[in-house]
Design a protein around this ligand. Structure first.
Ligand SMILES: Cc1cc2nc3c(=O)[nH]c(=O)nc-3n(C[C@H](O)[C@H](O)[C@H](O)COP(=O)(O)O)c2cc1C
Length: 316
């Protein structure tokens, strides 16, 4: 398959990004993906600049290939993380951004020769990103794990492709070569996967969280935060059930106050990753968890997805 010139410019062998997942995507996972020819992305999440700097050092020590950092725009440390990335500009090829509009940081990244690829969940945000000079966008459907928008990948990707002139990478609900091929048929020039990489050998998530992803069925994810704000797709577990029960109760009140619910949510992904406790941990995962059945090295995940896609696409 002839890689799109944009993917070639990133120095990739496979047009596959590993989603920059908060708490999950550390320097080790990102380096493993980059070494195998995909784009590894460190998830900054809500971590401090110092922690992100450390993960960049880890990635640099493990790979000479291009990698990226995902900046979570809701983080209180966003400016520190941006400053770290700018200082490391020689080593960071791509910045992806999650949860909002990164316009104010774009000029500095561009001046530092870093490609900026915001994650978008609507045509309006995609158009705005193209207008302010983003290099590409990740169009992410609500099948995905983590924080989500309202549209599905199947509906969102072609509408974004039609609306803008910059490259589109598809995310949400892609876990094998069939999803990859479908994304290309919708007009994407690459894919981003998160859930499948949760169970990579190099993924550091707690074994109980990994096991829950491997055991999940098609209908095992739910959306928390539909009332309290910042909807997120997670596996149904005691934490998710409690969160949803409380937010629903609160939403039914004349003057809802979601502060207690928010407190339960704070740090819940960290708990899932570090302790695996299903009573406090948000096991974020996408709808494709139901088809992710094997723990594999990141390199095998990339090769499997790409090989299956090439068979389906007739080598195109
Ligand atoms: C545990 C988890 C954490 C995530 N954290 C982030 C994040 O911090 N920033 C972001 O832009 N996307 C985040 N995502 C989304 C992924 O980067 C990716 O776009 C998504 O998982 C793709 O959909 P899939 O899960 O169906 O493969 C997260 C996803 C998961 C599963």
């Amino acid at each position: 398959m002839q890689l799109d010139p944009f993917m070639q410019s990133l120095g990739l062998k496979y047009p596959i990004f590993q989603g920059g997942m908060a708490w999950v995507a550390d320097g080790r996972l990102a380096a493993a993906v980059s070494n195998a020819g995909g784009l590894g992305i460190i998830g900054a999440g809500h971590a401090s600049g110092e922690v992100v700097q450390h993960e960049i050092e880890v990635a640099k020590s493990l790979t000479d290939r291009p990698f990226g950092v995902n900046v979570m725009l809701l983080s209180p440390h966003v400016q520190d993380v941006v400053d770290v990335i700018l200082r490391e500009q020689k080593n960071i090829t791509v910045v992806t951004t999650g949860a909002g509009d990164p316009s104010r940081y774009l000029p500095d990244f561009k001046a530092a020769n870093i490609k900026v690829i915001p994650v978008v969940g609507s045509v309006a945000l995609a158009k705005r990103m193209a207008r302010v000079g983003a290099d590409a966008v990740v169009a992410e459907g609500m099948e995905s794990g983590g924080h989500i928008g309202k549209l599905t990948t199947m509906a969102l990707v072609p509408q974004v492709v039609d609306a803008i002139d910059i490259p589109v990478i598809a995310a949400g609900g892609i876990a094998d070569g069939r999803g990859f091929a479908a994304a290309f048929m919708l007009g994407a020039i690459g894919v981003q996967m998160g859930t499948r990489f949760l169970v990579a050998t190099e993924s550091k998530i707690h074994p109980d969280y990994k096991q829950a992803v491997l055991k999940a069925k098609d209908i095992d994810t739910v959306i928390t935060g539909e009332y309290a704000g910042h909807p997120a797709r997670v596996l149904k577990n005691p934490m998710a059930k409690r969160f949803m029960r409380l937010e629903k109760q609160e939403a039914a009140k004349a003057e809802p106050d979601f502060s207690e619910v928010e407190q339960i949510g704070n740090g819940s992904l960290r708990d899932a990753v570090l302790t695996g406790d299903p009573k406090t941990g948000a096991y974020m995962a996408g709808q494709v968890a139901g088809m992710v059945k094997t723990k594999q090295p990141a390199a095998d995940i990339l090769a499997d997805v790409y090989t299956q896609a090439m068979q389906l696409m007739g080598g195109k």
